[in-house]
Design a binder for this molecule. Sequence first.
Ligand SMILES: [Zn+2]
Length: 425
Amino acid sequence: MRKYWGLFLACMLLSSCGEEKSTASIADEDVDVQESIPERNIEKYGLNLSDFIVVEDTIRRGDIFGDLMTRNKVDYPKIYELTQRFKDTFDVRRIRVGNPYTILKSRDTSEVAQLFIYENDAINYTVVDFRDTVLAYKGRKKVKLVQREASGVIPKGGSLSDVIVKQNIDYLMVNELSGIYAWTIDFFKLDAGDKFRIIYEEKYINDSIYAGAGEVKAAYFEHRGEPFYAFAYHNDSLDIKEYYDQEANNLRRTFLRAPLKFGRLSSRYNLKRKIRYYGYKVRPHKGTDYAAPIGTPILATADGVVTESTRRGGNGKYVKIRHNGTYSTQYLHMKAQKVRRGEYVKQGDVIGWIGMTGNTGGPHVCYRFWKNGRQVDPLREKLPAAEPLAEILRPAYYEYMDPVKTQLDCIDFPEEQAEELLTLN
Ligand SMILES: [Zn+2]
């Protein structure tokens, strides 16, 4: 990967936003990808298939590995040996209906199965070798990572996922983006005209078969005119990958913006709320409500210790977490709790599920944010940020980031959406 970025840097220095649009740039994972495969020397799974009679099929309902092998003339003792010695590598009871497999038979009249290859998923496979002593090992297809650039503009009444689908971007990016910006942007409240650019990887097997999205290298999200940059960077001193902005600040905060991944902000913290039901008397709402279907996971917004997990009156089933001497959070109306008092939870852990217990008109979580024993509005709190990148690591970070930022800034927004945007302004 390093090699590739170096190359890119050189290109970027020569040309700013591009006369010629840079074509998808390619970097190889694992070993080199063979450019052209000679017809009579078909290599697959690290084996030369031309040495065998090749039978390709998929696991069908009712298939039993042992039967499949005895049908292909493998001696029972060998099958037994496999199940005993290689259970960890290949558990014959866990073959799944629909997964492809290949049987390689000897090229003589006996047609005895010599190897069996099971595809665990699009990338990973397991080889069972019956030729001499029985052997089983795992393999991984060569994956080519193709870098892709994409962008989008949130239309009026539209959501991020609508745009992701419309722009033909891997749906996983909805999750990735909301994860990267979970601490800074409220994805429950995106505005029409908010826009984004991303540089991410797509995985391809044998140059052509799409095998899913890889990591987001960089992202730009413009929310209400405010730019938010995110660059994936491996922090060598902590040995973790984190997202930092253009000033090397960590995008992570000690609290998530909301206790749900998706849902709708249905009622904000409001000390002057008047409710018709109560004759328009002031009934302060000290929580922030997020509506979502029953059963939606509720997440701990920060690390901490569960101080309460109980059911009480109008609160229904709820969980309260103490994060430190200053902050606690509370989550009401759960269908059920997933954690017990005294348990330590990490940020993003599922602590319960959306329900309707206690006083509530519909399924939602009432999220209460306590600061020094008082309930405050989490959406107005300046939440503490995680440590920025250490001073000593910054020069290398900036050197890495600058060309990526330029590349990001050069991605055009989709035309038709840009026009919609003009009419909005
Ligand atoms: Zn509430």
